[in-house]
Design a protein. Structure first.
Length: 323
């Protein structure tokens, strides 16, 4: 009798101890549905890598595809399909996707994995108080414009006349231009603004830069610029222009160097927002975060082609040196 009673007490005690642990797990048998809009939805290596980074982030919070989570992928023009399914949360890969999602729904939570200027684009009321159904991460860090100029001058000290190619129609890019101007005044560098507003403007922009014959080129990245990335890099290579941008892809395709927010870090952080929302948080109550991790990438092969030797201090700062 005594042994039996002790056994019951031990069993009850173990059961009570297990309760907090069980409450931390995700609801058994309940599958939540996440819609990916323009993020990890193509077969390209870059897209699939971004998808895996996001899924890794979710797994850290106990959300596993095929167990308690289902993933639906759609291209930007099919945002309404995700709404009709419906999904519990929509995760977007850029400004265009975020705007399409917001146009398609005002009720389903939207998490921006990467957004350049969410306030200026009208996606959120403010970073601290987003309001509505949209929140997430902003890649925008205007002060990065000045830092990029500083790093470019470290690599090419003799550069005194620098062209800046940017999309003047993009909300928020004016802030990056202002930050770059402020640093240029401090460093005694002359900047030449070369603006584009659409795909038909690049030929004229290239002609202007070639005519001005600057010592180097800075490129502000956004969706329009990235669409013409290959053309821009080819132009810089042809004219032997040391080029700085914010997106690592420019360095990988032959640009001299890049410095900007870590996109994988932002995508991984988006999983935190999804987890909070799936657990009951409202997007309006989750402040939009700005980037905290930045990466400097140098292309040593391009440097050698241009006759540039990266100083040891710059090499020590680099997160990656491409050979």
């Amino acid at each position: 009798m005594r042994c039996s009673t002790i056994g019951i007490i031990v069993t009850l005690a173990l059961g009570l101890l297990a309760v907090p642990l069980a409450s931390e797990a995700q609801p058994a048998g309940k599958v939540r549905r996440i819609g990916l809009l323009g993020l990890g939805c193509t077969d390209s290596p870059r897209s699939q890598y971004q998808r895996e980074v996001f899924l890794q982030g979710l797994r850290a919070f106990g959300w596993v595809e095929g167990q308690n989570l289902a993933i639906e992928c759609r291209s930007t023009d099919l945002a309404a399909e995700l709404v009709r399914l419906p999904v519990d949360v929509i995760v977007t890969g850029g400004e265009r996707q975020s705007l399409a999602a917001k146009q398609a729904t005002s009720t389903i939570p939207i998490v921006m994995a990467v957004s350049a200027a969410p306030v200026e684009a009208g996606l959120v009321a403010s970073l601290a108080r987003p309001g509505g159904n949209v929140t997430g991460l902003s890649i925008m860090a205007p002060e990065g414009g000045g830092k990029r100029l500083e790093l470019l001058k470290d690599a090419v000290p003799q550069a005194s006349r620098i062209a800046v190619l940017w999309n003047a129609a993009h909300p928020g890019k004016a802030l990056e231009w202002q930050a770059t101007q402020a640093m240029a005044r401090t460093m005694g560098v002359t900047l030449h603004s070369v603006e584009v507003r659409g795909p038909d403007d690049f030929d004229g922009a290239f002609a202007t830069i070639a005519r001005e014959r600057p010592d180097a080129l800075i490129v502000f990245s956004d969706a329009l610029i990235l669409t013409h990335q290959r053309r821009i890099v080819d132009f810089a290579t042809q004219h032997r222009l040391p080029m700085m941008s914010s997106n690592k892809e420019f360095a990988e395709s032959g640009g001299l160097m890049t410095y900007g927010a870590s996109v994988p870090a932002l995508i991984r952080r988006a999983a935190y927002y999804v987890d909070r929302i799936l657990k009951g948080a409202k997007p309006a109550d989750l402040p939009v975060e700005q980037p905290t991790k930045f990466e400097l990438v140098l292309n040593r092969k391009t440097a050698q082609t241009l006759g540039i030797t990266f100083p040891p201090t710059l090499l020590l700062l680099a997160d990656e040196v491409l050979q």
